[in-house]
Design a protein. Structure first.
Length: 673
C-alpha cells in the first residue's frame, strides 16, 4: 500500500504506507518549495525523494551526514557522479529500462538528494568536514606529483612559484566545479567558474602565505633560539653552508690543508667564503661573548699575517736566508774554493809573460819604453802605477807571486765597481784580463780555476739582479734573465728577488693587508717561472687574502650596527629612544618605524647565546673541524628545510582544495533536494 500526495504544479509523490506526517510535509515542502519561482521537480527527482522517504520510513539511514560531506570534499565533488555510475545497472533493473542514461539519471538524482540533505543536516560542521576533505585531496595530489610545482627548477624565482601555485588553484577549482551539477553544459559552466575563482585565489593565497610566513617565522625562530640555541645556531650555519655551494667535505679538507701548510688560523667561515663572512658579521654585530670571540680571533691572526707571508715567500722561493747572508756565504765559499783550486795549479806552472799586462797599463797611463814614470797626476794613474811597478820587478818564474799581484788587481777592480767608479774598474779589468791570459798560457789548470772563480762571482752577482727585478723589473726581462743563470745563480737570483718582498711584508704597518702586493699579474707570472714551491705559496697567499677579507667583512665598514649593539648591551634600546624623539618632534611615521624595529630585535632568534654558538662553529679550524660533523649538520638542516617546504607547499595546495569544494561561485548549481 502507498500513500499518494498531490501537490501544487502537478507534483505527485507516493509514500510508503505508515510514513509519518512530518516526513510527508518535509518532502512535499522540498518538492514544491515556498511557491516562489521554484521549478517543479522532474521525475528523477521525485523518484529520488520517494526512495529516500521510504528508507526513512523503514528506519534506515540515507547516509546524509558528516561522513558523506567529508567524502564529497575528498573527491572534489566527484563522489555523487562515481556512486551514480556504480548504481546505474541497479536502477536500470529497478526502473525496467534498457537505457543506461535513464538508469544513471535516476541514480544521480538520488545521490544529489542525499548530498543536499547532508548539507542541510550538518550545517557549519559539515562544511568544515567538506573543506577538510578538499584540503586532503589537494595535498594528496601534490604528494603524488600532480601539481605544476613539479616543473619548477630548484632555484625557481618568486614569479615562477606564483604561476605554479595559481595554476594549481585554477586546476583544483575547475575540477571541483566540473564535478558539481548534471549535464555537460552545466558541468562546463561550473568548471569555468571554479577555474576563474582559482585564478583569483592563487595569487591572493600565495601572497597571503608569504605574509603569514614572514610574521610567524621570527616568532618560531625566537622560540627555538631560546630553548635550543646550539641547535638553532647549527641550523643557521648549515643553511649558510648550503648556500655557499661548497660541500662539507671540501670545507673540512680546505681547513685541514691550511693547517698542514702553516695556516691553522684559516677557519670554517673563511672556507665558506661570502656566506661565512656575512654570518660572522651578523654574529659580531651584537653584544655578548660571541662578538668578543670573533674580534679577538680575527684581530689576533691579522697581527701575525706578516710572519705567515714571510714564511710563504721564503719557503716558496726556497730562500731561508736574507740576501746579505746568502752573499756572505757564497763569497766565503767562492774564496775557499779559489784558494784550493789556485793552490793546486802553482806547482806545475811555467814562466808567466807579464809584458802584455804591463803594456796595457802603459797605454793607459802614458808611459812607453825607456820612459821614466812620473808622479801620478790623476786617480787612474795612481791606481795602475803600483801594479805596473810590481809586475815590472816580479820574477816571471814565480807563478805564485804573479798570482798575488793578479788577485790584488782583481780586488781593486771589484772595489772600484762597488764604489761607483766604473771607468777605473774597466781599465784595471783590462790589465787583469791580459794577466789572466798569460797565466792561463803558463798553467792549463789555472784556466779552469779562473773560469770557476768567474762563474762563482757571476752567481753572487745574480743576487743583485734578482733584487733589481723584484723592485723594477718586468716579466719579459726578469724570466729570461733568471733562466740564463746557472743553477747556483738561479738560487741566488731567487734570494735577491724574495728579499725586498719579505722586507715589505715585515715593515708594513699593523692592519695592512700584507698579501695584497703579491696578487698582481707580474708576480704571479714570475713566481710561476722561478719559485720551486709556487703552488703551495699561491695557496697560502690566497688564504691570507681570504682571511683579510673575512676580517674586513666581519669587523670593518660602518660601525653603526655595533654601536647600536653596544647601546643595547648597556640597557638602552636606541630604537625606543628614537621613537620618543620622533613623537616629540611630531614625526609619527618615524616613530612607528622605530617601534617596529625595536619589536623585531626582540622577536628574532638572534640572541646573544645563539651568536656565541655561531661564533664557536664558524671559528673552527683545521685542528678541531670534522667533515663528518659538518656533513651531518648540513644534511640535517637541508632535510629539515625541505620537509618544512614540502609541508608548506602541500598545505597551500590543500587550502586551495578546500576552497575549491566550498566555492561560493558554484554553490547555486549544487543540487540540494
Amino acid at each position: 500500500m502507498t500513500i499518494t500526495v498531490h501537490g501544487p504544479s502537478g507534483v505527485t509523490i507516493d509514500f510508503p504506507d505508515g510514513t509519518d506526517h512530518d516526513t510527508i510535509n518535509k518532502v512535499m515542502t522540498q518538492a514544491v518549495g515556498d511557491g516562489t519561482n521554484v521549478p517543479a521537480p522532474d521525475k528523477y527527482q521525485q523518484a529520488a525523494q520517494s526512495d529516500i522517504a521510504a528508507v526513512k520510513a523503514a528506519g534506515g539511514d540515507e547516509g546524509a551526514g558528516l561522513t558523506r560531506r567529508l567524502v564529497h570534499g575528498a573527491t572534489l565533488g566527484a563522489d555523487s557522479t562515481i556512486l551514480a555510475g556504480l548504481q546505474t545497472p541497479l536502477e536500470m533493473i529497478k526502473r525496467g529500462t534498457f537505457n543506461p542514461a535513464e538508469g544513471y539519471n535516476y541514480a544521480k538524482a538520488r545521490e544529489d538528494q542525499i548530498m543536499g540533505d547532508a548539507r542541510k543536516n550538518t550545517g557549519a560542521l559539515g562544511t568544515a568536514a567538506e573543506v577538510l576533505g578538499g584540503a586532503g585531496a589537494g595535498m594528496g595530489l601534490a604528494n603524488a606529483g600532480i601539481t605544476a610545482g613539479r616543473f619548477l627548477a630548484p632555484n625557481a624565482g618568486g614569479l615562477a612559484r606564483l604561476g605554479a601555485t595559481t595554476a594549481d588553484a585554477a586546476g583544483l577549482g575547475a575540477a571541483a566545479g566540473a564535478n558539481e551539477g548534471n549535464g555537460l553544459q552545466e558541468r562546463a559552466t561550473n568548471a569555468l567558474k571554479g577555474g576563474a575563482s582559482g585564478l583569483i585565489a592563487g595569487p591572493v593565497g600565495f601572497l597571503g602565505g608569504k605574509l603569514a610566513g614572514g610574521v610567524a617565522a621570527p616568532i618560531f625562530a625566537n622560540l627555538k633560539a631560546r630553548f635550543n640555541p646550539a641547535g638553532y645556531a647549527e641550523g643557521q650555519v648549515a643553511r649558510a653552508i648550503h648556500e655557499s655551494g661548497v660541500s662539507p667535505d671540501d670545507l673540512s679538507l680546505n681547513t685541514v690543508q691550511a693547517a698542514n701548510e702553516g695556516q691553522p688560523q684559516f677557519t670554517l667561515a673563511d672556507s665558506m667564503g661570502n656566506a661565512g663572512q656575512r654570518m660572522l658579521r651578523a654574529a659580531a654585530s651584537g653584544p655578548g661573548e660571541g662578538r668578543t670571540a670573533i674580534v679577538n680571533a680575527l684581530e689576533g691572526r691579522q697581527a701575525g699575517q706578516g710572519r705567515r707571508v714571510v714564511n710563504a715567500l721564503s719557503e716558496g722561493f726556497e730562500s731561508p736566508q736574507t740576501a746579505a747572508q746568502t752573499r756572505n756565504a757564497m763569497t766565503t765559499a767562492r774564496d775557499a774554493a779559489a784558494d784550493t783550486e789556485y793552490g793546486a795549479v802553482r806547482g806545475g806552472a811555467g814562466q808567466v809573460d807579464v809584458v802584455p799586462a804591463i803594456n796595457t797599463i802603459d797605454r793607459t797611463i802614458g808611459t812607453g819604453p825607456g820612459q821614466t814614470l812620473q808622479a801620478p797626476n790623476d786617480s787612474i794613474e795612481g791606481a795602475l802605477r803600483p801594479f805596473r811597478e810590481r809586475l815590472a820587478r816580479v820574477s816571471p818564474n814565480d807563478f805564485e807571486a804573479v798570482q798575488r799581484i793578479r788577485g790584488d788587481m782583481a780586488d781593486a777592480a771589484q772595489s772600484a765597481r762597488q764604489s761607483g767608479n766604473g771607468n777605473r774598474a774597466r781599465l784595471i779589468g783590462q790589465a787583469v784580463r791580459e794577466l789572466d791570459a798569460s797565466m792561463e798560457a803558463a798553467s792549463p789548470g789555472y784556466r779552469q780555476a779562473n773560469a770557476n772563480f768567474r762563474q762563482r762571482s757571476q752567481d753572487i752577482e745574480a743576487i743583485d739582479a734578482g733584487r733589481q727585478a723584484a723592485q723594477r723589473g718586468r716579466p719579459e726581462d726578469t724570466i729570461p734573465n733568471f733562466q740564463s743563470q746557472s743553477q747556483a745563480g738561479q738560487r741566488a737570483f731567487r734570494t735577491g728577488y724574495a728579499d725586498p718582498l719579505i722586507e715589505q711584508a715585515q715593515t708594513a704597518p699593523i692592519g695592512a693587508n700584507k698579501a695584497r702586493p703579491l696578487t698582481n699579474d707580474a708576480f704571479q707570472e714570475e713566481a710561476a717561472a722561478m719559485a720551486p714551491g709556487n703552488p703551495m705559496m699561491q695557496r697560502r697567499i690566497n688564504r691570507e687574502m681570504t682571511m683579510f677579507e673575512t676580517r674586513n667583512a666581519a669587523l670593518g665598514g660602518s660601525k653603526t650596527d655595533m654601536n647600536l649593539a653596544d647601546a643595547e648591551a648597556m640597557g638602552v634600546d636606541p630604537h625606543l629612544m628614537g621613537m620618543v624623539g620622533n613623537i616629540a618632534a611630531g614625526n609619527y611615521h618615524g616613530a612607528v618605524h622605530n617601534a617596529l624595529a625595536a619589536g623585531r630585535n626582540h622577536l628574532t632568534g638572534n640572541t646573544a647565546e645563539v651568536r656565541r654558538q655561531v661564533a664557536n662553529i664558524l671559528l673552527q679550524n683545521g685542528g678541531n673541524i670534522s667533515a663528518h660533523q659538518l656533513r651531518d649538520m648540513v644534511n640535517r638542516t637541508v632535510a629539515r628545510i625541505q620537509f618544512v617546504q614540502g609541508i608548506a607547499r602541500n598545505m597551500t595546495r590543500g587550502a586551495y582544495g578546500g576552497l575549491a569544494v566550498s566555492n561560493p561561485a558554484i554553490a547555486d548549481q549544487r543540487r540540494s533536494r
